[in-house]
Design a protein around this ligand. Structure first.
Ligand code: ADP
Length: 774
């Protein structure tokens, strides 16, 4: 225990608060301007003052009351005495007797005046020591005294005395009884006069002044005692507090050996004891903390170094490596030679191995960093031989050691079992890529490395494994990219060939169609001539055969027309002619032309067009789309209803809707029906004829017009095909068509292709009419 005292160059107790304040001030603490001791002193002094004043006040008040009571008692005694002595004198009205009776009373020091009045209130005697005042008797008091023998004495306060009155009573016998026999008869009390005494106040006032003086002495005495007690208590109480304050401040300032010396058996002493224990505990804790801090600093320094090494190693692995050669692995190199890396001779040691290019660069840099980090003289890395069927490690790179000197190669079992181990003057660190064993690193040094060096090597190994895998993956990617480039070139060549083939196909189709049309038209013309009997009359069998020829020829012509249309669209040869077109009239025309198709049907197609709809578009193309839709609707609706609606939707877009209650289309078939030559029933035994081109052409035309053709259908319920036309025709663009028409055509990438020109159609013989398109 080291008490605070002046000899250890600390401030004295009186200076302590200031000392504490100055220290605290420097840290911008709140300002402590009052002293605890002064406050206690003033509190107790104020309390003493209040006590002294109260005591003096109470003392004076009680004494004054006693003085007053005394005076009243004395007044009563004097009056009673005077009245008793003067009863005969008053009864007799004799002044001399009255003089005698009142002398004793007047001789009293505090009696200033004596007077006796007879039963009528007339003055018998009046003697006074008071020169200035001779007040006449109070009439009311006189009346009261004379009227009642039992009246209590009355006091009337005057300026310098109390004016006191009492009745003078005597016992008298009834005169009638006295006449009969003296001494016999009843006595009665009778007022025979009034006694008056003037009791001087001077003596009482002197007594009061004396009492007040004693009160003041009392107050001063108590106050003095209080001040003395305040000084004593404040000193007693504040001293330990000041000592504790100073002690706390010194501890805060770092003087942990500070102790307080408080010799007291009460709570203050307990506080001092607790303070000292706390200070001792604090000193112990601080010492422990300092020791811990020193250890921690050393640990932090060690870890910082490890982290720095790891960071440097990571940076090294992440540094871009220059790609040299196409492969990361090259044939086994001659070992034990000095190697030139990056145009420089390797400065420290031999560097060799099977790796080459980027991998060799990476392994060389990594091994050198590992050697430095683990303070090894040489290093080697062994990677799993991917080409070997069984597990085998091959020396991929060595620095400072040649492959034949690396010693025994660790087994797969050892590498899978241990994290790292030291044997034969080398540290063996396994390399893992994920869960797979990728090889190991050998670090050659003459002693077991410290733990942190082993940790560094282990951590670095896991990073190196990733880097090696990345380099290998990168090399593999480069290889793949090269292959991909070669395949792209081949594909581009194929694409050009296909494009050319497609162009030739379209040309062939256009030419063939044209070549087929000419003889077919001729066949139809000649058939009609025969049917008309130009070449003689016909038998009914011949007529039937001719009808068959005509029908087959018409179908063939339709097919050829369709193929020609498609070829034209594909070749981009179609030119659009936009004009004002009234859709209701257009549809009416289509229905008129399609009427023969429904001649064997139990219904006729209906038109639902309440008002005309006019817009700019290519009329013939729209007509062909609607013709194809209507002819399909009639074809696939053996009985029921076909209705064509023309109108505009809420947004003002024109539409033509062909609705039938025919066989309907399954949802999965609705996707394919717009493709060329696709039919829901494509079998030879199908019920309905057709080529599978009508909807394909309709959709191609719709696309050209900027329109949209869609279908809604349910099997066995019917189908609705809707053509939505744009308000304005689309701006003319260079049309691109797919290279290969087929499933998915029109949605995949498009290539611009050279247009083909279909040959002109030769005119029909004058007598031959072109049959209506079915
Ligand atoms: P097709 O010449 O065969 O009619 P389309 O391209 O016009 O060729 O139609 C393709 C196929 O779509 C038809 O074979 C038919 O199976 C189906 N299809 C077209 N329109 C209808 C329809 N209104 N009702 C039912 N099936 C239809």
């Amino acid at each position: 225990m080291k008490p605070i005292s002046s000899d250890n160059s600390l401030p004295t107790l009186d200076e302590a608060p200031r000392f504490a304040l100055s220290r605290v001030d420097s840290e911008q603490a709140p300002r402590f301007t009052r002293r605890f001791r002064t406050r206690i002193f003033f509190y107790i002094t104020a309390l003493s003052l209040a006590t002294s004043l109260t005591s003096a006040g109470i003392f004076t008040w009680r004494q004054t009351i006693h003085i007053d009571l005394d005076r009243d008692r004395r007044a009563k005694t004097l009056l009673t005495g005077l009245a008793t002595h003067a009863d005969i004198a008053a009864y007799a009205g004799d002044q001399a007797l009255c003089e005698l009776a009142s002398r004793t009373t007047l001789d009293e020091e505090d009696v200033g005046m004596v007077a006796i009045y007879d039963r009528r209130g007339k003055e018998i005697l009046e003697r006074s020591k008071i020169n200035s005042e001779h007040p006449a008797p109070d009439p009311q008091a006189m009346r009261l005294m004379l009227g009642n023998p039992d009246a209590a004495p009355i006091k009337i306060p005057r300026a310098t005395f109390h004016d006191l009155y009492a009745p003078i009573v005597t016992f008298v016998r009834d005169p009638a009884d006295a006449m009969v026999e003296p001494g016999i008869g009843s006595l009665r009390r009778e007022v025979v006069g009034v006694a008056r005494v003037g009791l001087l106040l001077e003596q009482g006032q002197r007594q009061v002044i004396e009492v007040i003086l004693w009160g003041v002495y009392l107050a001063m005495g108590i106050l003095l005692l209080g001040v003395f007690a305040a000084a004593l208590i404040s000193r007693k109480v504040s001293r330990p507090v000041a000592e504790l304050t100073l002690g706390a401040d010194l501890i805060r300032a770092g003087r942990l050996d500070t102790r307080v010396n408080i010799q007291s058996k009460d709570e203050i002493g307990q506080l001092g004891y607790a303070f000292n224990r706390m200070a001792a505990r604090l000193a112990e804790t601080m010492a422990a903390l300092e020791a811990l801090n020193r250890d921690l600093e050393a640990e932090v320094a060690r870890r910082t170094l490890t982290i720095q090494r790891a960071a440097a190693f990571t940076a090294l692995l992440n540094a871009p490596v220059r790609q040299r050669g196409s492969s990361a692995m090259a044939p086994r190199m001659d070992t034990g030679e000095w190697t030139v890396m990056g145009g420089k001779m390797l400065p420290t040691a031999h560097a060799s191995g099977r790796a080459s290019g980027a991998l060799a660069q990476l392994l060389d840099k990594a091994l050198r960093a590992l050697m430095e980090g683990s303070e090894s003289r040489a290093a080697a890395i062994l990677l799993v031989d991917e080409e070997s069927v069984e597990f085998a490690l091959e020396v991929s790179w060595c620095v400072g050691v040649v492959a034949r000197e690396i010693g025994q190669i660790p087994t797969e079992d050892e590498l899978s079992r241990e994290a790292a181990w030291y044997d034969s003057r080398r540290l063996v660190v396994p390399l893992h890529m994920g869960d797979e064993l990728a090889g190991c690193i050998l670090l050659f040094r003459d002693s077991l490395p410290p733990t942190d060096r082993v940790q560094f090597a282990t951590h670095a190994a896991s990073q190196l494994a990733i880097a090696v895998s990345n380099v290998l993956a990168y090399a593999h990617q480069i290889h793949l990219a090269r292959e991909l480039r070669e395949r792209n070139v081949a594909l581009a060549k194929q694409r050009d060939q296909l494009e050319e083939m497609n162009r030739l196909k379209s040309e062939f189709l256009a030419n063939t169609s044209h070549e087929l049309r000419t003889p077919l038209n001729a066949i139809m013309g000649y058939s009609e001539l025969i049917a008309d009997g130009v070449y003689g009359p016909l038998t009914p069998e011949q007529q039937d055969a001719l009808t068959g020829i005509e029908e087959s020829t018409r179908n063939l012509l339709t097919l050829i027309d369709n193929i020609l249309d498609l070829a034209k669209v594909e070749s981009g040869k179609i030119t659009l002619h936009h004009d004002e077109v009234e859709l209701r009239e257009l549809v009416r025309g289509v229905l008129t032309e399609a009427a023969p198709l429904a001649k064997h049907r139990p219904y006729q197609p209906e038109l639902d067009a309440p008002r005309p709809v006019t817009l700019r578009t290519d009329g013939p193309k729209v007509k062909q789309i609607v013709t194809n839709l209507v002819s399909n609707a009639i074809k696939f609706t053996p009985e029921g209803q076909v209705q064509v609606a023309v109108g505009q939707d809420a947004g003002g877009q024109a539409f033509i809707r062909v609705r039938d209650t025919g066989i309907g289309i399954r949802p999965e078939d609705q996707r394919i029906i717009f493709e060329e030559f696709r039919q829901v029933d494509g079998s030879y035994t199908r019920t309905y004829g057709g080529t599978g081109l009508g909807l394909a052409i309709a959709r191609r035309f719709a696309e050209l017009l900027g329109a949209e053709l869609s279908v809604e259908s349910a099997l066995g319920v019917g189908s609705t095909f809707t053509l939505r036309l744009p308000k304005e025709p689309p701006a003319p663009t260079t049309r691109e068509v797919p290279i290969i028409a087929g499933p998915g055509a029109g949605t995949g990438p498009r290539q611009t292709r050279r247009p083909i020109t279909p040959p002109p159609v030769p005119p029909l013989p004058p007598s031959v009419r072109k049959p209506p398109r079915p």
